[in-house]
Design a protein around this ligand. Structure first.
Ligand code: SF4
Length: 224
């Protein structure tokens, strides 16, 4: 399968923030977020074709108990089912980072679902239409939430984005403790500016706040 990068770091976002984890980043995505922070897996997908054994050997080279399968969109990656099954056989805790537009019956301990809000839709005429059509798939989201331990993670650009979050959370019947708001931004200064008002929204609405710890620590770099 096509892997954009495979590295050992700490989880920078969500309920497992700070946990040492091996990241397997698949290449290829069915969406095209305008602010995508990994365009090398979506707008200009790149990577290396690796056999499952090569991926598993690389994972085993690190002392982590947690593995994060991310993308791109890992749920559309060929071999995602056998990959996650073999990671599970090794007793690893598996997080899948997905936009929640496609259901695939993977092995997973934490389904980290990040539905894309209207702020993600690009101006590009062709991709903009496909992105807008695909970005919210209520049946897929409901199935993922029913089958797996989950978190719902939203990327927030401005306070007005909350209207869409509230409406989606309500229609899905999600518990607010599972809902995580994260500022959009690829540098520490912008994350801090947006984090200041976003934490106030979390306090008043009962949502969780997540930093983007890897960006705070290392900036918008690959392999961290
Ligand atoms: S879903 Fe993720 S990988 Fe795909 S375009 Fe959006 S941010 Fe990029």
């Amino acid at each position: 399968m096509k892997i954009a990068e495979l590295f050992y770091s700490i989880q920078g976002e969500g309920v497992l923030v700070g946990v040492p984890s091996v990241f397997i980043r698949t290449s290829g995505c069915n969406l095209r977020c305008t602010w995508c922070d990994t365009p090398y897996t979506s707008w200009q997908p790149e990577g290396t074709d690796l056999e499952l054994d090569q991926i598993l050997d690389e994972v085993s080279a690190h002392p982590a108990r947690h593995v994060v399968v991310t993308g791109g969109e890992p749920m559309i990656a060929p071999d995602i089912i056998p990959l996650t099954a073999r990671l599970r056989e090794r007793g690893l805790h598996i997080t899948i980072e997905t936009a929640g537009t496609v259901f695939t019956p993977v092995s997973c301990d934490l389904m980290s679902i990040s539905p894309k809000l209207a702020n993600s839709t690009p101006d590009d005429p062709r991709w903009g239409r496909q992105h807008e059509r695909l970005r919210i798939q209520p049946q897929v989201l409901a199935e993922l939430m029913a089958r797996y331990e989950y978190q719902l993670k939203f990327v927030i650009e401005r306070p007005g984005d909350l209207d869409e979050v509230r409406s989606l959370v309500e229609s899905l019947g999600a518990d607010r403790e599972h809902v995580i708001l994260m500022p959009e931004g690829t540098d520490a200064e912008r994350l801090r500016e947006r984090g200041v008002w976003l934490t106030e929204i979390c306090k008043s609405e009962g949502f969780r706040f997540s930093p983007r710890l890897h960006v705070d620590l290392w900036g918008n770099r690959r392999g961290v």
